[in-house]
Design a binder for this molecule. Sequence first.
Ligand SMILES: NC(=O)C1=CN([C@@H]2O[C@H](COP(=O)(O)OP(=O)(O)OC[C@H]3O[C@@H](n4cnc5c(N)ncnc54)[C@H](O)[C@@H]3O)[C@@H](O)[C@H]2O)C=CC1
Ligand SMILES: CC(=O)C(=O)O
Length: 370
Amino acid sequence: MKVGIPKEIKDNENRVAITPAGVHALVQAGHQVFVETMAGAGSGFEDEVYQQSGATIVSAEDAWNQSDLVLKVKEPLPAEYGFFRSDLTLFTYLHLAPEPELTKALLDSGITAIAYETVQLPDRSLPLLTPMSEVAGRMSIQIGAHYLEKAHGGRGELLGGVPGVPPARVVIVGGGIVGTNAARIAMGMGADVTILDSNANRLRYLDDVFGSRLRTVMSNAYNLLQHIEGCDLLVGSVLIPGARAPKIVTAEMVQGMNPGGVIVDVAIDQGGSIETIDRITTHSNPTYEKFGVIHYSVANMPGAVPRTSTLALTNVTIPYALQLANQGTGAAIANNQALAKGVNVIQGKVTYEAVATGLNLPYTPLAEVI
Ligand SMILES: NC(=O)C1=CN([C@@H]2O[C@H](COP(=O)(O)OP(=O)(O)OC[C@H]3O[C@@H](n4cnc5c(N)ncnc54)[C@H](O)[C@@H]3O)[C@@H](O)[C@H]2O)C=CC1
Ligand SMILES: CC(=O)C(=O)O
C-alpha cells in the first residue's frame, strides 16, 4: 500500500504522524511511504532520516494524491479538503462533533475517515487518545501556573504557596486521563487539588491511587458551584467519547472564581465544557479574559511539545496503521473491533452515533456499510 504523511498545517502544530521507526516498519512490511518535505522537522526528524529509513520525500500534493492511506495528527483544515477522495483512507484526530463543515467535506467526498480519538478497546479505554491526554493533562497545570503569574495577567500566585502562605486552589472537572495527569502534576507542585467526576468508580480509583492528598467529589451542578467558588485554576477535562462536551461549568460558576484566576479547558477539542469558553484559541494567541478570569482553550496543546508528543502518539498509532496497510482498510476494520469504532465517516455516511447526534445528521451503523 502507498502511505502518505503530509506536514501538519495547523497553527504551531509541530507533531508529525510518523517517526523514522514507523517508516522502517511500514517499508519492511512491503509498503511505500511518502513523507512531505519538512513534515518531521518540528519534531526533530529531518528529511534525510526518513529517507534513510526508506521513505520518499514529496510535496504536500503528492503525499495526499499518491497515497491509499494518509496518516495525520490533527483534523484536516479547509485548505486540505480538496485532497479528499472516495478511494482514500484518512487516519487522524478528527473531533467531528463540533465540526459540521469538516464533516460535510468528508461526507461529500466519500472518503473513509478513521478518528484516533474514538478507537476504543473492549475495556472502553481510548488507546489513541490516551498519550495525548497524558501530555495535555500534565501541560494544563504548567500552563495554569504560567498564567497565574502577575506578569502574564494572572492573580500573582504561586501554585504551591510557601511555608506560612497557603497554596493555590486547583479544581479539575473530569477525572479521566487528562484529569489524573493534571492532578498528579498539581499535587507535585504543592497545590490544593480537588477533582470532580460523574463516575463514582473513577473517584474510587483516584482515591486509591492518590490517597487523602487529593479531594475527590461527585460531579453535579451543586458540587461544581461550591468547589469552583474561590478557586484559582480550573481545568476542564470531561469527555463523552465522540460527543460534543457537556457545558457543565456555567458562567455563574466562573464568576465565583478568584479574580485573576485561570481556566484551561482541555476538552475544547470536543467543543469545550465551560460556558464562558466561546472560541478555540491558538498557540500564537492562546488566551482571552472574561469576568476577570484568563481563559485558555487551545485544541492542540501537545503540539507545543512535539518531540515528546510525536513519539508518544506514534508509539500507539503505528501498530494500527500497519494493520490498515497490511490488510487493507475493509479487512482491518472487519478484523479489529477497536479500529472499527474509529470509523466516523465512510462512503458518505456517518457511522459514529455520537457524531451523528451532535451534528443532527443521520446515523448509519458501520455493519450496514461494510
Ligand atoms: N486540547 C487538547 O490539546 C487536548 C484535548 N484532549 C481532550 O481532553 C478531553 C478529556 O480526555 P480524557 O481525559 O482522555 O478522557 P477520559 O475519557 O479519560 O476522561 C473523561 C472523564 O470525564 C468524565 N465525565 C464525563 N461526563 C462528566 C460530567 N458530566 N462531569 C464530570 N465528569 C464527567 C468521565 O467519567 C471520565 O472520567 C477530551 O475531549 C480529549 O479529546 C486530549 C488531549 C489534548
Ligand atoms: C487529542 C488531540 O486532538 C490532540 O492531541 O491534538
